[in-house]
Write a protein that binds this ligand. Sequence first.
Ligand code: PMV
Length: 301
Amino acid sequence: MKICSAPGKIYFFGEHAVVYGENAVACAIDLRTKVKVEVQSSEAFKIEILSNYKAESYPYVVKAVEKINEIKKISNKIKVEIKSQIPAEAHLGSSAAVTVATLAALNSEFKLGLNLEEIAKLGHEVEYEVQGAASPTDTYVSTFGGIVAIPERKRFSAIDVGMVIGDSGKSSSTKEMIARVRSLNLEYPEIAKGIIKTIGSISKAGLQYLEKADFQAVGRLMDINQGLLEALGVSTEQLSAMCNAARKAGAYGAKLTGAGGGGCMIAICSRARVQDIISAISILGCKAVETRATNEGVLIE
Ligand code: PMV
């Protein structure tokens, strides 16, 4: 029996623009998914969901088992147990985390000797094949942890700053949100390209401020990034309202994270302000939780 866990992620900067080759900065967070893999004598392949995981996400686990089977024929009498702290379909990387943790647990249980690069690559293939489209960002961040600059995949240590996630409670499809930006890009190419390019510049500048731990500047750039995501049409009234509430309550900055159209926003702030920001978001009827950046990628528990 083996148990592995892997983290979810947020984007500090650059979602959507990264689809057009621009820079982005993502970061592993301390919400994790735990996967237990067990070989049983009597039962065939079985997935057991213990918490916070929706049946729609079974395909990631099934595909991960398939991928491992292509490398080495493994027993089909496997029981996979999933326990997750990451809300599903909220653009916090829950599917990448379950994929990476499953691959790592199978790797360990069946002594396959895959290294982290190989797990990240297989994880991307799983997401790509299940979803029909996926950037390697989520699976890479979930495998390695820390802050990751994309597309170079350069890794930086996690930062020490207050972070609050606000969850709109509405799910949305990443594929549809990407299509929305694509159609804006077709209709108004000059305008959309300008916005996308500017988001890329924000990511580059933002990374430097993250390295210097200048959180006022990071927050200011997150606010500008949010304005541009609104311009691209991927924010929602609720996401924008949560960002505004967080700023009013003293956040350095706030923006949606991931594809938008629902899902979550992220605010950064001094530790002293975390509770104020959680309260300000909760008043809007949305769920807010404190989170932290983490250097811990996939782990054997
Ligand atoms: O919604 P998420 O967390 O899967 O993030 C999507 C980010 C996009 O840039 C919109 C797409 C991508 O694959 O990079």
